[in-house]
Design a protein around this ligand. Structure first.
Ligand SMILES: [Zn+2]
Length: 412
């Protein structure tokens, strides 16, 4: 699994000779038996990359990396379960390999000044750190789902170890026993609710999903802390003792996908409306870039197929929608970036900005296919602030650790 620190490292990497190599490997499904073709595809991609580098006279340092990637692709192809990402630059002695969920849009190989992070960004957003809690009257199980990996965490909940658990009311009779059982269930729900609140506050997971029987929900709900209720994405009907891991995964992924779509849609509407009223929303590349550099952005929305040029300062990293040759912040020379939606990602990652890629949406199209919802709005002036003056994202300090918490890049 890839951590937030590792992504930050990738986002900050730069090779002046433009030999930073990004390789994404999406395994073919066993169904189409394309293993051999995958290796051929990688070879073709490597050959094409080399040809491009040769035409620029820069092939020497990348050649070794490309050879190594072609060799590796023969090993990757057999695994079938994971996708892979490799980031390499032999000139700087840099080589990183990561396993990813096998949900990339395809196998890709790119060589550039920076690493190509959009596929990673899309995946990470699709997989924040999710807790899935299954509860009944005297049991609870906890799973977490990160980057497509579902794992049951043992030992978080001790089932109340009193006699008769699971044997119904054996050994008791009358209302007294009934009340006692009710009390115990209540205590149990309270214990679970405290645990969930604690886990969210400690960042064990960002959002959570509940599996329980419909009849138990009102009692469980009554015990939940409001903070935990806000972070609950949805619930599904589950028998704690019998539900299969696959069922938990399917339900969790469904609930998560629905909640992300809702959230993306809500944020989109709110951003557009806030931008109209000159409130906490901005639209259009120029304003969005300015807001990102000012540290105001909470959530960034980019059209799935958005492309626009911009310039980037070689000195301070400032991005500018105007194709100016000198940086308005530090005065050094700028260089063109072919795709600003890619160049923006290091900023998004460093500042822990939530990112959604928006699929075709007419309203979004009308405002230019790029927009941001702001945490606050700094003074409206036209001075471009330098990068170092921009306030840090206050949420970042709390968010060390694993990538799931590196907030919803992409589809969510
Ligand atoms: Zn500059």
């Amino acid at each position: 699994m890839i951590t937030r620190e590792q992504i930050t490292e990738l986002a900050q990497f730069e090779d002046q000779a433009s030999c930073a190599l990004s390789f994404y490997f999406q395994p073919a499904t066993p169904r189409n038996k394309a293993h051999k073709e995958e290796a051929i595809l990688t070879k073709d991609l490597a050959r094409e990359a080399l040809r491009q580098l040769e035409s620029k006279g820069k092939s020497d340092s990348a050649r070794a990396d490309l050879d190594r990637i072609v060799r590796l692709s023969h090993e990757f192809r057999g695994n079938g379960v994971h996708a892979k990402a490799v980031f390499a630059c032999s000139a700087q002695n840099f080589w990183r390999e990561y396993d990813l969920p096998a949900q990339l849009s395809g196998t890709q190989l790119l060589v550039n000044r920076h690493f190509h992070l959009k596929p990673l960004a899309q995946l990470l957003g699709a997989f924040p750190r999710l807790g899935i809690v299954l509860v009944d009257r005297h049991r609870a199980r906890l799973f977490d789902l990160r980057l497509g990996e579902l794992a049951e965490r043992e030992g978080f909940f001790h089932p109340l170890s009193r006699r008769g658990r699971g044997d119904g009311f054996a050994g008791y009779d009358g209302g007294h026993a009934q009340r006692r059982i009710e009390d115990e269930a209540l205590h149990h729900y309270k214990f679970v609710a405290d645990f969930i609140k604690d886990a969210l506050e400690k960042g064990m997971f960002e959002k959570w999903i509940l599996g329980c029987q419909e009849t138990h929900w009102p009692q469980i709900e009554a015990q939940l802390h409001s903070y935990a209720s806000q972070k609950l994405l949805g619930r599904f009907n589950a028998e704690v003792a019998h539900v299969s891991t696959e069922e938990v995964r399917t339900q969790a992924e469904r609930i998560f996908a629905e909640s992300q779509e809702r959230r993306c849609n809500e944020i989109l509407r709110e951003t557009i409306s806030q931008a109209r009223s000159n409130g906490r929303g901005v639209t259009g590349l120029r304003r969005v870039l300015h807001s990102i550099e000012s540290g105001e952005v909470q959530t960034l929305l980019i059209g799935q197929n958005y492309h626009s040029q911009a310039v980037e300062c070689a000195g301070c990293g400032h991005l500018d929608a105007h194709l100016v040759s000198l940086c308005p912040v530090c005065g050094r020379e700028t260089r063109q970036v072919v795709d600003v939606s890619e160049a923006i990602l290091p900023w998004v990652i460093r500042r822990n900005i939530e990112l959604f890629y928006v699929k075709d949406d007419p309203d979004f199209d009308r405002v230019g296919n790029i927009a941001a919802l702001l945490r606050f709005r700094s003074e409206q002036n036209n001075n471009v602030r330098s990068v170092t003056q921009a306030p840090p994202n206050p949420s970042v300090s709390r968010q060390e650790g694993l990538v799931g918490r590196y907030r919803g890049l992409a589809g969510g």
